[in-house]
Design a binder for this molecule. Structure first.
Ligand SMILES: [Fe+2]
Ligand SMILES: [Fe+2]
Length: 163
């Protein structure tokens, strides 16, 4: 995307979440590397679950109810969108298994979650958002941004404090 193609505010809102989620992935790596004791892993698992429930899963819902349906109508990217939705379900499953896992299981789940989050965000930012910039005109981008903003408002979606 070039600076001559401003992004709609709704898309910028999602990108702000993506940056926040990448910060969570960095924190997961750091915890796992520096102090992966059972107590610290339990603490990290609780924080990650809180972030997921308050911010990440509502973000998935905004994408799935507003962004993706609108994009299916204007872009030829159904396989990519299907794959992104499969990532969402997989990350929800990983987080759902955190609470009932052993310390060793938690370390593995957290590692998988962090890696999946990075891969997913890269795919949305680099592949999906680039297509929006390349294939929608300004009016199309604005309409898309409005739909995302409406869905985000209805969900009460904000960027939460990390910990
Ligand atoms: Fe996203
Ligand atoms: Fe997503």
């Amino acid at each position: 995307m070039t600076s001559s193609q401003p992004r709609a505010s709704g898309i910028d809102r999602l990108s702000a979440h993506h940056l926040h989620a990448l910060a969570v992935a960095v924190l997961i790596d750091r915890y796992l590397k520096v102090d992966p004791t059972p107590g610290r892993l339990a603490d990290l698992a609780g924080k990650v679950a809180g972030f997921a429930e308050k911010e990440l899963f509502p973000h998935f819902q905004v994408e799935e109810t507003a962004l993706f349906p609108a994009l299916r109508q204007v872009l030829d990217s159904d396989p990519l969108i299907d794959e992104l939705i499969a990532h969402h379900r997989n990350m929800e499953k990983l987080v759902g298994r955190l609470a009932g896992s052993s310390a060793q299981g938690r370390a593995s789940l957290l590692r998988q979650f962090g890696a999946s989050l990075r891969r997913h965000i890269r795919m949305e930012e680099v592949e999906l958002f680039r297509q929006i910039g390349a294939q929608l005109d300004e009016a199309g981008r604005e309409e898309l941004g409005r739909k995302v903003d409406e869905a985000a408002g209805a969900m009460g979606l904000t960027v939460h404090r990390l910990w």
